[in-house]
Design a binder for this molecule. Structure first.
Ligand SMILES: Nc1ncnc2c1ncn2[C@@H]1O[C@H](COP(=O)(O)OP(=O)(O)OP(=O)(O)O)[C@@H](O)[C@H]1O
Length: 241
């Protein structure tokens, strides 16, 4: 049974979540009854084969999508019954997203890409501090086309964390990168989790990355196949694949 202190530190509480995509003649059942808690400050990796439901679950946690049935609480707030406006506000105030592709604005420098967010956020960090977190401060005046894929991803991460989100959700953040570059990106994500205490979930196909997580959540065919604690979390710099 969960201790009270665990319940207090529970950031997400997911109960009985199903997701069916209705494609007219065909219905795709992406999630089939997910129960899950995510706790403050923890770093989880979500593993699973293609199509197992990882992105669907992450999008629901991030308020980008709603389940067909079940409940998702962010602290005491029920996301699934919230209005679109409240869900948008939740996303804007509390969630940073990182995707496989960086989607930086080509005509803006790294710093300006981050400032786009700091200008509209409630309690942002300084754009240069966000760039320093991902070790890109010295490239602040460079445009995306002048940066490598990994560097662009680190700027995208700076943009995601610049609003000081409580939660960072990363969907295949190293999917388009080689090993060395991927490790630099994972180091940046791990530093943010350690130094800012941001609850962090990273989706990956790469089981090696699970060695840097506090917990590993395995999905299979829309269900949780297992959750493993990892007491011997290692640094991203020690990963090899
Ligand atoms: N918008 C959508 N419309 C219809 N079906 C969808 C949609 N999004 C996802 N699906 C289906 O839901 C299932 C789960 O997809 P999801 O993207 O969550 O899996 P995933 O584990 O993240 O896969 P991958 O690792 O390939 O990104 C798949 O069968 C997928 O085809």
């Amino acid at each position: 049974m969960q201790s009270d202190s665990n319940q207090d530190s529970c950031v997400f509480c997911v109960r009985g979540v199903t997701k069916i995509y209705d494609m007219g003649e065909v219905q795709v059942q992406a999630l089939r009854g997910i129960d899950l808690e995510l706790y403050e400050h923890e770093f989880v990796v979500m593993l699973g084969a293609s199509g197992s439901g990882k992105s669907t679950l992450l999008n629901i946690l991030g308020g980008l999508d709603v389940p067909t049935a079940g409940s998702v609480h962010y602290h005491r707030n029920e996301l699934t019954t919230a209005s679109d406006t409240d869900r948008t506000r939740y996303r804007r105030d509390h969630v940073g997203f990182v995707f496989q592709f960086y989607n930086l604005i080509p005509s803006l420098t790294a710093r300006e890409n981050v400032e786009l967010i700091t200008e509209i956020a409630k309690s942002p960090m300084d754009a240069m501090d966000a760039l320093e977190m991902v070790r890109m401060k010295d490239r602040a005046n460079h445009f995306p086309a002048q940066l490598s894929g990994g560097e662009q991803q680190r700027v995208a991460i700076a943009r995601a964390i610049a609003k000081n989100p409580a939660v960072l959700l990363c969907d295949e953040p190293t999917g388009a990168l080689d090993v060395q570059t991927g490790i630099l990106v994972l180091e940046a994500i791990s530093r943010i989790n350690r130094e800012l205490g941001t609850t962090t979930a990273v989706i990956t196909h790469n089981a090696v990355i699970s060695q840097m997580a506090d917990r590993v959540i395995s999905l299979s065919d829309g269900m949780i196949a297992g959750i493993t604690d990892n007491p011997d979390r290692i640094q991203a710099s020690q990963l090899r694949w």
